[in-house]
Design a protein around this ligand. Structure first.
Ligand SMILES: Nc1ncnc2c1ncn2[C@@H]1O[C@H](COP(=O)(O)OP(=O)(O)O)[C@@H](O)[C@H]1O
Ligand SMILES: Nc1ccn([C@@H]2O[C@H](COP(=O)(O)OP(=O)(O)O)[C@@H](O)[C@H]2O)c(=O)n1
Length: 209
């Protein structure tokens, strides 16, 4: 059983995927962390974020591992846990450039497709490109202001600056962020986290829930 939860930046994908996965007793998979980790490695190595061949060679020489833990995914580079360094403004600003490189997308997708079913996967193109045969698909949205206010509770930046960065990232990610035609779209602007998790669980086919 595969459930996909895609959506725009900071729409609640990972919190909702985590809650749904916990309710179903399965792992959740946060695909964005692999794009973020690839970006962090490129920044640390001083590589261009647009140079696919050098970046891919670096990723192949430095294998990353996504650990889909129920309580929160982690990304490892050998024995180094990168997870806490993946949500910096520096990574936020660079990740869309890295994520639009086709060889990087293939590298991420190959890792995701090896994961053993069942799971809940969240990202941008889980229901379209990576798991088109998922049992249930959801797409989360919320107004930019609401998303920025939620993120501001996690970071020491002001709401307008966060909102501008989110809108810009949505624009750069638009190419891989269209909802699947068979996804259920949920506007979370006026919903609590529990409300969204409940709406996803209520939308699952009977044999999945
Ligand atoms: N419906 C909601 N109501 C209130 N806060 C929410 C809701 N959904 C998510 N949040 C909060 O918004 C922040 C961003 O959510 P997150 O799951 O990290 O989004 P994404 O994975 O899409 O970036 C988190 O602090 C999360 O707890
Ligand atoms: N399936 C995915 C997941 C993420 N991404 C890229 O990775 C970035 C970070 O994704 P994320 O899910 O961690 O970001 P947030 O939506 O949590 O802010 C996005 O801005 C996209 O550029 C993608 O292209 N495809």
């Amino acid at each position: 059983m595969i459930v996909t939860i895609d959506g725009v930046a900071a729409s609640g994908k990972s919190s909702v995927a985590s809650g749904v996965a916990r309710a179903l007793g399965v792992p959740f998979v946060s695909s964005g962390l692999l794009y973020r980790a690839a970006t962090l490695l490129a920044l640390e190595a001083g590589l261009s974020l647009e140079g696919a061949p050098a970046l891919l060679a670096h990723l192949e020489a430095n294998p990353l591992r996504l650990e889909p833990l129920a309580g929160g995914n982690r990304v490892w580079l050998g024995g180094r846990d990168l997870t806490d360094d993946l949500h910096s403004s520096r990574v936020d600003a660079g990740v869309s450039a890295v994520a639009r490189l086709p060889p990087v997308r293939e590298w991420v997708n190959a890792q995701l497709r090896l994961l053993p079913d069942p799971f809940v996967a969240e990202g941008r193109d889980m229901g379209t490109n990576v798991f088109p045969h998922a049992d249930a698909k959801f797409y989360l949205t919320a107004s930019p202001r609401v998303r920025a206010e939620r993120r501001a509770r996690e970071r020491l930046e002001d709401v307008p600056a966060i909102e501008a960065a989110l809108v810009e990232r949505d624009r750069r990610d638009a190419g891989q962020s269209a909802p699947a035609p068979d996804a259920r779209i949920i506007d979370t602007s006026a919903l609590s986290l529990e409300g969204v998790i409940g709406a996803v669980l209520a939308g699952l086919p009977a044999r999945t829930a």
